[in-house]
Design a binder for this molecule. Sequence first.
Ligand SMILES: Cc1cc2nc3c(=O)[nH]c(=O)nc-3n(C[C@H](O)[C@H](O)[C@H](O)COP(=O)(O)OP(=O)(O)OC[C@H]3O[C@@H](n4cnc5c(N)ncnc54)[C@H](O)[C@@H]3O)c2cc1C
Length: 397
Amino acid sequence: MALEFAFSSDQEAFRAAVRAFLQKEVAPVVSRMDETEEFPAASVRRMQEEGYFGIPVPEEDGGLGLGKVGYCIFLEELGKVDASHGVIVGAHTSLGTTPLLYYGTAEQKRRWLAPAARGEKLLAFSLTEPGSGSDSGAVHTVAEREGDRWSITGTKIYVSNGREADTVVLIAANDPKRGANGGVTAFLVDRGTPGFSVGRCEKKMGLHGSSTAELVLDHVAVGPEHVLGEVGKGFHVAMTALDVGRVSLAAASLGGMQAATQEALQFAQNRTQFGLPISEYEVIQFKLADMAMKIHALRFMVYHAAARQDRMGTDPTAWNRLERQEKTRESATVKCLASEWASEVIDEALQIHGGLGYIRGTPIERAYRDARISEIFEGTNEIQRLVVARDLLARGL
Ligand SMILES: Cc1cc2nc3c(=O)[nH]c(=O)nc-3n(C[C@H](O)[C@H](O)[C@H](O)COP(=O)(O)OP(=O)(O)OC[C@H]3O[C@@H](n4cnc5c(N)ncnc54)[C@H](O)[C@@H]3O)c2cc1C
């Protein structure tokens, strides 16, 4: 187990460039986006133009080739600025491009991955259904064979980017009786395919810039070139993408924690009560210390997990069983702790702000609403604990 980690000078330069870009292009639109609840199309376009929708994708496939560490650097910085933009990038990159990069044929990479990585097309990932959330292998959307083609029918819900995506990586049951083990397949479904429509878009507590859409599939016909990975192996495709997603989600949480702590630190040093800045009171100092400690620990955890994923590469057939198990346990661990620590840190930052923290439109109030979902999506934290516990019982510590 490699424990040492340092950023290269190129990675530090990338972080600095990203930070400047986000301050210029994203920070100014966030408050209004949160109010209007509109997809931030202009800032998303700017990020796409910079190549930020293909950071971990190799250059030969249209990306920046900066690996998972580079991708987490970006999401950490983005998390400091806005969570909605983070989910838009994450749904596209972690959950959309990963399945294509890891399981796509050369032709699928040319047709779907390269335009997505170059920022010309937006991707989404659709696993959840009304009857299938945590039990994600119990897929009810069916894909029936018709000759060498497939006809997909069903309803998907809660699809991030679902309203805007050009292509959806969609999980459907080719053999419902077999369930997750052999009965589920990943498909590439393009917007505009007859029978495919976007249904209801949810109103949410937070993440107001990110769409969360229902997708309706009514005998959507696709050819064999739309099957991603092997028929019956769609659950592996989905879980591999989620391992990447969970670490990148943690990177965004790390950014959110830093922004909240920075706000709280500044506020505490400037807010005077009982004749002293509140930062002089030990109760406030201890809150700030706890926040900083969680950030410190999480930074190591996120980049350790990202570096492992970079070392393992993007060919799942090259991984041995132990590598898979360690990667999955680590992803679940990092996601679970990151999301809970983010909620705790942001809650304490809000508390330090007193009444002001509860006022609509302050960054800390928005962060509080945005952060809560990270304990739920990409697998609830109960499910992350099940993943860790099962591996612990099977392999020990
Ligand atoms: C804003 C948002 C964006 C999303 N984006 C996407 C997306 O892009 N693509 C996608 O496919 N999905 C997406 N989702 C769906 C998300 O991943 C699911 O909501 C999540 O996995 C939980 O499923 P569920 O809501 O059906 O809850 P349920 O599975 O019904 O869970 C309800 C409760 O029961 C608990 N529970 C369930 N089973 C167990 C068990 N065995 N042991 C202990 N506790 C258990 C859960 O932890 C939870 O607390 C999104 C959801 C939201 C809200």
